[in-house]
Design a protein around this ligand. Structure first.
Ligand SMILES: *[C@@H]1O[C@H](CO)[C@@H](O)[C@H](O)[C@H]1NC(C)=O
Ligand SMILES: *[C@@H]1O[C@H](CO)[C@@H](O)[C@H](O)[C@H]1NC(C)=O
Ligand SMILES: [Zn+2]
Length: 476
């Protein structure tokens, strides 16, 4: 007992130190400072988790007790509060829960953004339970947690969940937040102006993903069985706000809205659907709903929407997010939860491991110091990623030969050719040389104009240009 108390005391000190030194996060981590003796004694085996729905207080208790039982593998933090004041909990599961591991990726799942789509919420609790209890015995899980920081948000819309009803498969009751906003229509949009008033839940998520460089992400929904990938929005098509209105008023034959990383997004979606017990069969949920070949679809090809979270993650922050529709029934009876867990368990794990595919590395200056916010762009893929304050970057790519353009203010741009293979990620360190030249004249003007645009479809070039504008409006 005394040993546990000492550990928790040290942990708290550690957290204070870490978050005191690094200003990139203001989230306070919930250690087990509040637990009392009876809590501590129950830690030997860790908390149990039943297959039933957990309301906000029960979920909070479960998360707190996991963080108390597994202080070396988990950390619990809240990124903010819902309209009605419920915490937006995130649990980190990793061999380094309190601190980003330099050179190793951070990934996330967000569930229950639509409050009445409840399966993902419970599955993330079971994923937490599975990860912490498998670390010592399962070498794959140990490898994953040793090399990845996994952030799990079981509910982005706890207020919507609070009024949702078990057994309601197709209603929209509980979908929205307490002010009746659809949170998956509430993000800034690249293609169309989004005039919706930003909601506290969305603002908290935006701040969160601006502080932590997430490499890969999944957003868990219900009401269909499909992995849907960017873009959700499109420069051209009419917008219908839900799959229901799309099916009633429009045909399903929308044009896909193809992103520069279409091959990667299709691959990521297939990893989820192929590891799922039945998603890849592409059977439609009901006779009047669409079927999806191999269980995947381009978001806009299904139905376009403005203000979605996945396009925002990708275009604003270089985080590859897809939308996972994991149950035909939005809020199925609790006794079906074990089946949903078995259907999705393998997918949930294998998908996150895809963050270790492609190329990653560091951008440094001549003295080996990290260059922060250097722009990293794969030729032919008109999306700019940025380095972290440690100079890190990650680029999930399929096997092939690529060229990387790396540039930063005050440095000469660099172009690097590299290959990606299937079996392990390519480590790529790039040294940028100062634009200041020692031999000739006082200054060497860096080449700011880009090479002529690659022969890409016209709209990608325009995306890139207006994206630069949006970007400079936000950050410049
Ligand atoms: C200690 O925890 C137990 C069980 O969780 C609870 O019933 C009790 O009220 C707690 N005591 C204090 C002093 O917090
Ligand atoms: C790349 O840079 C990182 C950070 O400075 C360093 O730890 C790593 O050893 C380097 N790797 C190679 C292959 O140069
Ligand atoms: Zn949804």
């Amino acid at each position: 007992m005394a040993r546990f108390l000492v550990i928790s005391y040290v942990t708290v000190l550690l957290v204070v130190t870490i978050y005191g030194q690094h200003s990139d996060s203001s989230y306070s981590i919930h250690g087990d400072t509040t637990s009392n003796i009876s809590d501590i004694e129950s830690r030997q085996s860790g908390p149990d988790l039943e297959f039933r729905y957990h309301d906000h207080d029960e979920m909070t208790r479960y998360l707190r007790s996991v963080s108390a039982s597994y202080p070396a593998l988990t950390a619990l933090y809240s990124i903010g509060k819902s309209v009605e004041g419920r915490d937006l909990w995130v649990m980190v599961v990793s061999a380094s829960p309190y601190e980003h591991m330099i050179g190793k990726p951070d990934v996330k799942y967000v569930a229950n953004i639509h409050g009445n789509e409840a399966v993902g919420r419970e599955l993330l609790l079971h994923l937490i339970q599975y990860l912490v209890t498998s670390y010592e015995t399962d070498s794959y899980i140990k490898w994953l947690l040793d090399n990845t920081r996994i952030h799990l948000m079981p509910s982005m819309n706890p207020d919507g969940f609070a009024i949702s009803k078990e057994g309601q498969c197709n209603t929209i009751h509980g979908r929205h937040n307490a002010r009746r906003y659809d949170l998956n229509r509430n993000f800034p949009d690249f293609f169309k102006a989004n005039s919706k008033q930003p909601q506290p839940e969305t603002e908290a998520v935006k701040e969160w993903i601006s502080k932590i460089q997430f490499v890969l992400s999944g957003s868990l929904h219900g009401g269909a069985l499909v992995a849907s990938y960017p873009f959700d929005n499109t420069p051209s098509a009419r917008i219908c706000r839900s799959s229901v209105s799309c099916s009633v008023f429009q045909s399903y034959a929308h044009s896909p809205s193809i992103s520069p990383d279409d091959d990667v997004f299709r691959h990521l979606s297939l990893v989820y659907s192929n590891n799922h017990a039945k998603m890849s069969r592409g059977v439609s949920c009901k006779s009047n709903t669409p079927s999806f070949k191999n269980g995947i679809t381009n978001g806009a090809a299904w139905y376009p929407l403005t203000g979605g979270m996945q396009d925002y993650n990708y275009l604003w922050h270089g985080c590859m997010e897809i939308t996972l529709e994991i149950s035909c029934c939005k809020y199925p009876p609790a006794h079906e939860l074990p089946k949903y867990w078995m259907d999705n368990k393998q997918s949930l794990i294998k998908y996150l491991a895809e963050t270790h595919r492609g190329a990653h590395g560091f951008v440094m200056d001549e003295n080996g110091n990290p260059v922060e916010r250097a722009s990293v762009k794969v030729k032919g893929r008109d999306v700019t990623y940025h380095t972290t304050k440690y100079g890190e970057f990650w680029r999930i790519l399929l096997p092939g030969t690529y060229r990387l353009d790396v540039s930063a203010e005050g440095y000469l741009p660099q172009e690097v050719e590299f290959i990606v293979i299937d079996s392990h990620p390519t480590l790529l360190n790039v040294t940028l040389h100062s634009a200041k030249r020692i031999d000739t004249g006082p200054y060497y003007r860096p080449v700011v104009s880009r090479p002529p645009p690659a022969p890409a479809p016209g709209f990608l070039t325009s995306i890139s240009n207006s994206f630069q504008n949006i970007f400079s409006n936000f950050f410049g």
